[in-house]
Design a protein around this ligand. Structure first.
Ligand code: SF4
Length: 422
């Protein structure tokens, strides 16, 4: 099978590239060039194609899935439906409880969005960390590839990196679940990470199904204190080298980096550094610009994500109000998603300066057109709550500034504002 990268290298514009170009409003030839050199990946699922990377709208991923201690498959399906209906671009099924294969099947049938998984999770849960073998890891990966997964997150922590983190003065150590599983496997078996030791074999599998490889951010910082330390810099360098190998083999690749907790002062600089060192799309979890927002980490995270996206991050992984505390409820999934859609939009305003939708909404607001405003809002359902039918809202009533200016200052030029869409 020829992959999107290989088709683009040959100068063939694939149906998937055509679809992404149409949805992004860009030239298919330009887009194909970016796919050819790895600046954009095209995540596919059936007829759905999603572009992530340079010059494209910032995308948002929603994590869902059962845990070993909280397993309600119905609720996870509901979360998947909420994610799709409220505008997520991708869903990651991170299930670790119950029948994991069945859970994945149910999420696949409830959605049409590209689905990402961390295959290590299922392998570790079903076999136990003590019994995990390379064969189990690769067998699981193959099964998920055949099931139609669009992207795999794989944690490439190396022995060298593990040694580096052992000697680092981190407060939180390693906070990546997939990364800690690989580390435990390497320590128990006294071996190199099998995904690294068998990287060429891994690439063959990904190539066969044109699955996007997302190189996991094992060394992301669990608190601001730990950001941008030796292990993080080493992981960035190692992952960039792996990304180059994957791209040369015709496998689409995304780098995860600058995730976790990062001081707000440093977020743009760290993103800029990644972007200077590599052209591959950058996926960022959070980042959280403070450690003390428990219960509101979706808000803190969306502030960090706005800065990250504005500085060049291409793809954001949402956080919910339940971050650091537990599995989110369906309502918390919605809250987290909308917070990160706001962040992605603010990021795009900074990156590209486009504000057409903002201006269109402002015109409807100036006209006291509530339905028109709601239709342009990121969460139209929430924007409709308590809306008056027309005229002022309950904030100012008859002293509505917009109406006062219109009634008493009309003819005063710009003072009265415009109530006509341009
Ligand atoms: S009533 Fe006040 S808050 Fe409501 S639309 Fe008018 S100016 Fe805005």
């Amino acid at each position: 099978m020829i992959t999107e990268i290989e088709a683009a290298r040959e100068g063939t514009i694939t149906p998937a590239v055509m679809r992404v170009a149409a949805s992004e409003g860009i030239d298919p030839g330009d887009l194909s060039g970016r796919v050819a050199d790895g600046r954009v990946v095209v995540m596919k699922r059936g007829e759905v194609a999603l572009g992530i990377g340079e010059g494209l709208v910032t995308k948002v991923n929603v994590n869902i899935g059962t845990s070993p201690v909280c397993c309600n498959p119905e609720e996870e399906v509901e979360k998947a439906r909420i994610a799709q209906s409220f505008g997520a671009h991708t869903i990651s099924d991170l299930s670790m409880g119950g029948d994991i294969s069945l859970m994945r099947k149910r999420i696949l049938s409830a959605t049409t969005l590209p689905i990402t998984t961390v295959p290590t999770y299922q392998a570790a849960v079903e076999t136990g960390l003590e019994n995990l073998t390379d064969e189990v890891l690769f067998r699981n990966l193959m099964e998920q590839a055949e099931q139609g997964i669009s992207s795999f997150v794989l944690h490439m922590v190396s022995e060298r990196l593990l040694d580096q983190v052992r000697h680092s003065p981190r407060i939180m150590g390693v906070v990546s679940k997939g990364g800690s599983m690989m580390a435990a496997h390497m320590v128990l078996r006294r071996c190199e990470n099998p995904y690294l030791a068998r990287f060429d074999e891994l690439l063959e599998i990904l190539h066969r199904y044109d699955i996007v490889l997302s190189l996991g951010n094992t060394m992301r910082s669990g608190c601001i204190h730990d950001a941008r330390d030796g292990p993080q810099v080493m992981e960035m360098e190692e992952n960039i080298a792996l990304a180059v190998r994957a791209h040369e083999a015709g496998v689409q690749v995304i780098l995860e980096g600058v995730g976790g907790h990062v001081h707000p002062r440093n977020i743009p600089g760290y993103i800029g550094d990644y972007k200077e060192k590599t052209r591959f799309p950058l996926f960022v979890a959070g980042p959280l610009p403070t450690d003390i927002a428990m219960g509101y980490d979706h808000i803190a995270g969306s502030v960090g994500a706005s800065l990250a996206a504005g500085a060049g991050a291409d793809y954001l992984c949402y956080l919910t109000p339940a971050e650091h505390m537990g599995l989110p409820t369906p309502d918390q999934v919605r809250e987290g998603l909308v917070a990160f859609m706001i962040a992605a939009h603010i990021g795009d305003l900074i990156k590209y300066g486009r504000d057409d939708r903002d201006e269109a909404l402002a015109l409807r607001r100036a006209a006291l057109d509530w339905k028109g405003q709601a239709a342009l809002a990121l969460d139209p359902e929430r924007a409709c709550v308590r809306n008056p039918e027309g005229g002022p809202c309950t904030m100012c009533g008859s002293f509505c500034a917009i109406r006062v200016m219109r009634e008493f200052c009309s003819g005063e030029g710009s003072l009265a504002g415009s109530d006509k869409p341009r």
